[in-house]
Unconditional design. Structure first.
Length: 127
């Protein structure tokens, strides 16, 4: 059996599962599927499951933890902003955003943080 053909589970640490569940459901529009025995909120994604792990220590992912591929990045950013998502802007060597979007190679991307500071991304592959 090859891992390349198996569903993936992603785990993100959160300090307040209820607050995080509300953000991921209402702000991002993800499908909440319930809570497991550990108290993790679970979300069904295409070929994957996202678990929000209760971690009172406040541990978070400092780099991009999850990136969602979208068909139209500009429209997705606008929709998420309409739901209250605040995007990060960067002006670093090799990484500069304009209107929240960075273009590099064959990709466009925009980053934002969840209520616990985990870095999330929406990206689009362009021709």
């Amino acid at each position: 059996m090859s891992l390349a053909h198996r569903p993936v589970a992603m785990m993100l640490p959160v300090t307040d599962v209820d607050r995080a569940q509300k953000f991921y459901t209402e702000s991002l529009g993800l499908d909440y599927t319930g809570t497991n025995d550990e108290g993790s909120a679970m979300f069904a994604l295409a070929g994957a499951t996202l678990f929000l792990l209760p971690r009172p220590d406040g541990t978070r992912s400092e780099s991009t933890a999850v990136s969602f591929e979208v068909d139209d990045l500009t429209a997705e950013v606008a929709e998420l902003e309409g739901r209250g998502v605040v995007f990060e802007d960067y002006d670093l060597p090799g990484l500069t955003t304009v209107d929240h979007v960075c273009e590099f190679g064959t990709e466009r991307a925009a980053w934002f943080k969840d209520p616990d500071g985990n870095v999330l991304c929406v990206h689009q592959v362009v021709d």
